[in-house]
Design a protein around this ligand. Sequence first.
Ligand SMILES: [Zn+2]
Length: 120
Amino acid sequence: MTLKEPAAEISANLEYPACPLCGNDRRNFPFRLHEPYRVARCLECGFHFLYPRLMESAMQEVYRESSYYEGGACGYADTSYTAQEFALRATFKLLLHNLAERGLTIFRPLRIDLSRWMLN
Ligand SMILES: [Zn+2]
């Protein structure tokens, strides 16, 4: 799969998963993204997930393309991963910290100074 492929080829690489958290197959769609993607909400457990999604093999192929990280047709199209790396790492550390504070992960991030990441 390349990054600039026709819609029909993208459709062939999509899968329509059940809820990845509980396996339930009943959902609604509270958010639409650009076609064909939507955010599904599981009617059993309330988990939100991308629907449909690229099959894992197709995702891995996209991630192997260097243009994904450096201004390609998708991925970091407006800039580059390198240009956003500092902000992406800070956002991810804060997310991990928040998950750990709620006991939702066994991962314990290093102590970070949150005031450094707050907007004034
Ligand atoms: Zn569920």
